[in-house]
Ligand binder design. Structure first.
Ligand code: PLP
Length: 372
């Protein structure tokens, strides 16, 4: 699905030097590279504050802790997402309230959002799934009307640019109250282990987030609030410092691969290529097609038999997961998401894809025996 080794080889000398520098300094925790990276990412995103942390899941958890969400408070999130989004909500004793997604954009359906709001609702968590922004203008409007926080899950969309109707452009993760991202190796900006970051434009909130990520302390051994231990390793920050300058180039490479797929696959009757939104760039963290009138799993097997990996994001919707099932959400509650879990298929996409690989994959897909 991704070729992290080839990508590493293209910048090996720079990466190796950055790692060596950390090894020589032995400042493995809170070394200067962490602050450097946070400043560089803040500049790139035009985000006033960037607080690095240990991973994207922690970023979401810390965001919710910083907003003083209380047990029983309700948080609305799309039901078609990675488990981490729901996990941290439940872990903090909050109630994950699932909302249906739009069948074309795969993102939270803003038309069904307002009916999910109750007097216990405190926040909305839009997820910019597969690399394309949710309808932030509508979400921010609804949030403002009901005085709700917006926590963006930008784990798959770092670098995506959203354009508001008045022409203002903002990067994914910088529009809401708080934004969260992940530097998991296969994400848009991946480190060589786990990593994450939290974004906010609010100074007081930034200070609080920083404290929470570091055991609730501002002064060592003085704990003002309950926190967690969630830091970005210096080694990972050093790697990310090197890779950040390539992020836009990486996005361009994935977009070129996506265009290739689009051109080759658009006319196939049994596939729907990704829908491109007018208001957001697409980072193509995933290139996800929907199958039509065929057995998606047979297509997956067909690819596998020709040595081509593919993935299903996500095979079981959250409301049908054993850990998150509730009487309020029997099977059939979220028809679109349930259908997506049976029809979506993500094809290999990464920064090092060669035209031969792309043509081979497309040829194999075109040769899928529809009436088998
Ligand atoms: C990857 C991901 C996360 C979690 O990030 P980790 O760094 O793996 O903890 C959260 N939300 C979404 C949508 C993701 O894709």
């Amino acid at each position: 699905m991704v070729d992290l080794h080839s990508q590493y080889l293209t910048i090996k000398s720079e990466i190796d030097a950055a790692i060596q520098e950390v090894l020589d300094s032995t400042a493995f925790i809170q070394g200067p590279q962490v602050t450097q990276f946070s400043a560089a990412l803040s500049l790139y995103l035009k985000s006033k504050h960037v607080i690095p942390c240990a991973n994207g899941t922690d970023a979401l958890q810390i965001a919710m802790m910083a907003l003083n969400c209380k047990p029983g408070d309700e948080v609305i999130l799309p039901v078609h997402t990675y488990v981490a989004t729901a996990e941290v909500i439940a872990l903090l004793g909050l109630l994950p309230v699932f909302a249906e997604v739009d069948a074309n954009t795969f993102n939270i359906d803003v038309n069904q959002l307002e009916q999910k709001i109750t007097e216990r609702t405190v926040a909305i968590v839009p997820v910019h799934l597969y690399g394309q922004c949710a309808d932030m203008e509508s979400i921010l409007k609804i949030a403002q009307k009901h005085r709700l926080y917006v926590i963006e899950d930008a784990a798959q969309a770092l670098g995506a640019v959203y354009t508001f109707s008045d022409g203002r452009m903002m990067k994914a993760g910088t529009m809401g109250t708080i934004g969260c991202t992940s530097f998991f190796p296969s994400k848009n900006l991946g480190c060589f282990g786990d990593g994450g970051a939290i974004f906010t434009q609010d100074e007081a909130l930034a200070a609080k987030i920083k404290m929470i990520a570091n055991h609730g302390q501002k002064i060592k051994y003085h704990h003002a609030i309950i926190g967690v231990n969630s830091r970005l390793d210096t080694l990972q920050a050093a790697i990310l410092n090197v890779k950040l300058k390539y992020l836009d180039g990486y996005s361009q490479r994935r977009n070129e691969a996506a265009l290739f797929y689009d051109r080759e696959l658009a006319s196939l009757p049994f596939l729907e290529i990704p829908f491109r939104l007018p208001y957001s760039t697409h980072e193509f963290h995933q290139y996800t097609v929907k199958t039509k009138g065929i057995d998606r799993n047979q297509l997956k097997q067909h690819l596998e038999s020709k040595g081509i990996p593919s993935m299903i994001y996500y095979p079981v919707p959250l409301h049908l997961q054993e850990a998150y099932r509730r009487p309020a959400y029997p099977a059939g509650t979220f028809k679109i998401t349930e259908q997506l879990s049976e029809t979506v298929l993500s094809l290999p996409i990464h920064t090092e894809m060669k035209p031969e690989q792309l043509s081979y994959i497309c040829d194999v897909i075109k040769a899928f025996p529809i009436h088998a």
